[in-house]
Design a protein around this ligand. Structure first.
Ligand code: GAL
Length: 428
């Protein structure tokens, strides 16, 4: 009964929306195709080593298939898009959108949909036959009211621990830590050898570490509960996990934190630090940019306490409302959703394809393990905070502000209180 009533309501809302758009001005409606084809301006934050290589590979394929369309790469530097998002927001507010921009699947995109920044792209999914070529859970993360709003190019994993086998050998450590308790024990041995236990970068990398410490300490259900309201941020076990996070930071080089994620990874390569927790774009950096061999120059496993869990995120591209070169933007989105585009991009980028029918043989070394874990039906999939999956933009901004204070005063209870309060006001 309830389900059919919901279905009825959805249909009613959809009909109402169609009626509104039919009466509206001459703006492009859902399902229309074409428009200016002369150039395409694509906005992302993939400029750094290990980020740019993947994008370049996809741009080259796009140019080959679309000779005559000028490609404008409007990438803004800065890991995880902290700078890029500010530039983008200014542009969107000034009604000066690029033709397509990078956004994470999940709540981050859903905020943009609610704010009316993007157009649905179902017509592309239908025309290109994509609907059964992407995992249902991923499509759900980019769908609102039955409409799909972006084209995912990849799946990244947030919960990865990276190290250099030579460093562990030098320190007499046989294997990476299975949980954070073991990590803290290893940290003492590493200190005796003058090796920093963990390298870290700017605030977003610290929050990246934090989400994975919470996941490792609390487990999947309670971690999910942090984002859907069923886990109380102020509960003693959450505070205890935050205290563990502080102990981890205390054995890191946070006082001389690296400027971004790549220089933090460089300390692993150099052997001055033993471990780093970073998303698997680090695999792109280590193998594509630094030309290191998996298992020899670097190694990777699930971050402590998260074996069998995939903390996922996905980069996707949009069709902004008012895209000045809409025809070319569609062609860029077709590139992003194509098997060839994804198979050129992801092996360089350190991610696995969003499409389920991509060429598996292109994913070797670390990426073969990522693909196997992603496709393993017993793997538990959760979503990343820092990379847009589980919190809307308003709540995430509040968490970032609270983290800024926490990074200075180390007051776990106060941080938890602030996050919880923000959830109640803007997070639901
Ligand atoms: C993430 C993004 C990744 C990677 C990373 C570091 O937010 O999804 O593709 O670029 O930032 O910059």
């Amino acid at each position: 009964m309830r389900r059919s009533r919901r279905g009825f309501l959805a249909v009613t809302i959809a009909v109402a929306l169609v009626a509104v758009s039919a009466c509206g001005d001459d703006k492009k409606d859902t399902g229309t195709t074409g428009g200016d084809n002369s150039k395409v301006e694509v906005f992302s934050w993939w400029t750094g080593a290990g980020e740019q290589e993947g994008l370049d590979a996809m741009i080259a394929d796009f140019k080959k298939k679309n000779a005559g369309i000028e490609f404008i790469n409007a990438a803004v530097a800065g890991g995880s898009g902290t700078q890029a998002r500010q530039v983008l927001s200014t542009r969107l507010q000034a009604s000066n959108p690029p033709d397509s921009y990078q956004v994470h699947a999940g709540k981050e995109l859903q905020s943009d949909i609610a704010d009316g920044k993007v157009e649905p792209v179902d017509f592309l999914y239908e025309r290109e036959g994509w609907k059964d070529k992407m995992p249902k859970g991923l499509l759900d993360a980019i769908t609102v009211d039955g409409k799909i709003y972006s084209v995912p190019v990849n799946i990244h994993r947030s919960n990865v621990l990276w190290w250099n086998p030579a460093t562990l050998q030098k320190a007499g450590i046989a294997a990476p830590p299975k949980d954070w308790k073991e990590f803290l024990t290893q940290a003492t041995a590493l200190k005796a050898k003058n090796i920093t236990a963990l390298s870290i970068g700017p605030a977003w990398t610290q929050m990246h570490l934090l989400e994975n410490v919470l996941l490792g300490e609390l487990g999947v259900d309670k971690y999910n509960g942090l984002w859907n309201g069923s886990t109380d941020w102020k509960a003693p076990e959450v505070i205890a996990a935050l205290e563990v996070f502080k102990q981890i930071l205390a054995v890191s080089d946070v006082k001389s934190a690296a400027a971004d994620w790549q220089p933090a990874i460089d300390k692993i390569i150099a052997g001055t630090a033993a471990y780093n927790v970073m998303g698997d774009w680090a695999a792109g950096y280590l193998s594509s940019a630094k030309k290191l061999k998996f298992k020899e120059g670097f190694d990777a496993t699930a971050s402590p306490g998260t074996a069998g869990v995939y903390n996922f995120l996905s980069d996707s591209f949009t069709l902004p409302k008012g895209a000045p070169h809409r025809g070319a933007a569609e062609k860029w989105l077709v590139e992003c959703g194509s098997v060839e585009g994804q198979d050129l991009f992801n092996p360089q980028k350190g991610s696995i394809p969003a499409r389920t029918d991509a060429d598996k043989s292109k994913y070797t070394d670390y990426l073969a393990t990522a693909l196997a874990d992603w496709q393993n039906s017993s793997t538990k999939i959760v979503g990343s905070l820092v990379h847009g999956v589980v919190a809307n933009n308003s709540w995430k901004a509040e968490i970032e502000t609270a983290y800024g204070i926490y990074a200075k005063d180390g007051n776990s209870a106060k941080f938890a209180e602030a996050v919880s309060k923000a959830y109640a006001s803007v997070g639901k």
